[in-house]
Design a protein around this ligand. Structure first.
Ligand code: XMP
Length: 516
């Protein structure tokens, strides 16, 4: 893989995505990983990300010179660029000429690896207080800006490259070209990481891992679990049984849709389990988000265990159900604290929410992928568009969209409000533009309203329409006012318990997409 060393920037994930967009596989590793461990992963190239520190700060994360001497191509960006300079013996200074935002860079495109086939002047996105004033010995300086005399350097011999700016962000007009020039020309990598290769590779791995055993897959009807199921079905066919859990936290019409769309298209074996009482019983009296997530994660597994016993009970016992397929994605892994030393933001039900006494071994064929990549893999596998293009819906369902206790009563209110919002957004033709729109019930909050001639004391409903590329970051979607008005009118008229509809206008970060 191409390893992106994360110097604590929110940009590291984005860099990995950009590398993958060039059809080359990439992963993020923390800067705390030693050079020896990074090299032990056999990287085809290493990219050093930007970061919030100054290379002079006391606790500034360092760069082990060994990484630059191993013969592995290295590309430093922003902080990573300056860290290279420090390690290689150039000069970084606080010149007082900081640059933030769009800047013009003069690049020497002749005799350059990074700037081949690009204009001599281009817009680049900068974010630096310190500047490199003297390039390390042996480095050819190939770009400059008014604030950064040394804004890029290259050494084809040692295959070391760097730029002061952020080529991964859209505002760097030729950023992707610069990155691809590094990958293809500098590091000599082939663009062979494509959806069909991912399918072939995963199918082979799954066959090898599973052997003759039986496999269960929790199917939610969403994109991830459907694509994971389709992959495993391609790999081991009849050995797979899918389980759809009706945990009582579903939206209107959800269970029916899974049968209709997925089973019809793939012919997969499906068992539907009615576990509504089990989940609601376990969630009774619980309001804490992490507690809810853990309970839901645990109950899912309990249902799968029972389903496994039922499957074996009805078949030959020689091949036990050892494996559980989950549609875990890369962002789930990172956000549950399982990534590159990341903080635990929330326990995704299928990662941090798993019980300790899990009886299954997990197969997570999408664990390295971002959502849009999963969609490509799904298309490659022939999963129908209605599923591949579906907006994400979290496994814990409406359970994490009720702020307060999850009761039948609250679920019923939320389900009706959610159905109205979805109907109107679809009618307005906004489904493609919106990544997803959680509808959240503030069950613990009441506000005073007036309806007819009477006072009401009802609950607010929050609309959270977001636009995103991969759910790692998001912005709130500017839904037209008349569509919002229509949703608000209808919800307050049709759902008696709700007397206020509010719009969440927070990006991620600082807000997450879901409220819990
Ligand atoms: P957040 O709220 O973390 O959500 O910004 C990012 C994306 O993940 C979905 N999500 C989940 N999906 N199990 C899932 O399958 C979970 O526990 C879970 N929590 C959040 C969320 O809907 C959004 O698309």
């Amino acid at each position: 893989p191409v390893l992106v060393v994360d110097y604590g920037a929110q940009y590291a994930q984005l860099i990995a995505r950009r590398v993958r967009e060039a059809n080359i596989y990439s992963e993020v590793v923390p800067h705390t990983m030693s050079a020896a461990d990074v090299l032990a992963k056999g990287p085809a190239a290493v990219i050093l990300s930007g970061g919030p520190s100054s290379v002079y700060a006391q606790d500034a994360p360092g760069l082990d010179g060994d990484l630059l001497e191993a013969g592995v191509p290295v590309f430093g960006m922003c902080y990573g660029f300056q860290a290279m300079v420090r390690a290689l013996g150039g000069t970084v200074e606080r010149t007082g000429l900081s640059e933030y935002g769009s800047t013009r860079a003069q690049v020497s495109h002749q005799d350059s690896t990074l700037f081949t086939d690009q204009p001599a002047e281009q817009s680049v996105w900068m974010s630096h207080g310190d500047s490199v004033t003297e390039a390390p010995a042996g480095m050819r300086v190939t770009a400059s800006t008014s604030g950064a005399p040394v804004a890029a350097f290259e050494d084809d011999e040692r295959r070391l490259y760097g730029v002061q700016w952020h080529p991964e962000v859209m505002h760097s007009t030729f950023g992707q070209n610069v990155l691809e020039n590094f990958l293809r020309r500098g590091a000599g990598l082939e663009a062979d990481w494509t959806a069909d290769n991912v399918v072939d590779e995963q199918v082979a791995i799954i066959r090898e891992t599973v052997g003759q055993d039986r496999v269960l897959c929790g199917l939610s009807g969403g994109v991830d679990s459907s694509v994971a199921a389709a992959l495993v079905q391609r790999a081991v066919g009849e050995q797979l049984t899918c389980v759809f859990v009706d945990h009582g936290l579903l939206r209107q019409g959800e269970a029916e849709q899974v049968e209709q769309d997925f089973v019809t298209a793939t012919g997969v074996k499906l068992v539907v389990v009615d576990a509504r009482d089990q989940f609601l019983g376990a969630l009774a009296g619980v309001s804490d988000p992490e507690e809810k997530r853990k309970i839901i994660g645990r109950e899912f597994i309990r249902v799968f265990e029972q389903a496994a016993r039922d499957v074996v009970g009805s078949g030959d016992d020689e091949h036990p159900v050892k494996w559980l397929v989950q549609g875990t994605l890369y962002p789930d892994v990172v956000e549950s604290g399982g990534g590159s030393g990341a903080a635990n933001i929330k326990s995704h039900h299928n990662v941090g929410g798993l019980p300790d006494d899990l009886q299954f071994k997990l197969i997570e064929p999408l664990r390295a992928l971002f959502k849009d990549e999963v969609r490509q893999v799904g298309r490659e596998l022939g999963v129908p568009d209605e599923i591949v293009d579906r907006q994400p819906f979290p496994g814990p369902g409406l359970g994490i969209r009720i702020i307060g206790e999850v009761t039948e009563h609250n679920l019923d209110i939320l389900r009706r409000a959610d159905a109205v919002a979805r109907e109107e957004l679809t009618a307005a033709g906004l489904d493609q533009q919106i990544w997803q729109c959680p509808v959240v019930l503030l069950a613990d909050v009441r506000s005073v309203g007036v309806q007819g001639d009477g006072r009401t004391y009802g609950h607010p409903i929050v609309l959270r329409p977001v636009s995103s590329e991969d759910a790692m970051t998001a912005d709130w979607t500017r839904v037209p006012g008349d569509v919002l008005a229509q949703i608000s009118n209808r919800i307050t008229n049709e759902v008696a318990e709700v007397n206020r509809v509010v719009l969440d206008v927070t990006s991620k970060p600082p807000g997450t997409i879901e409220w819990e």
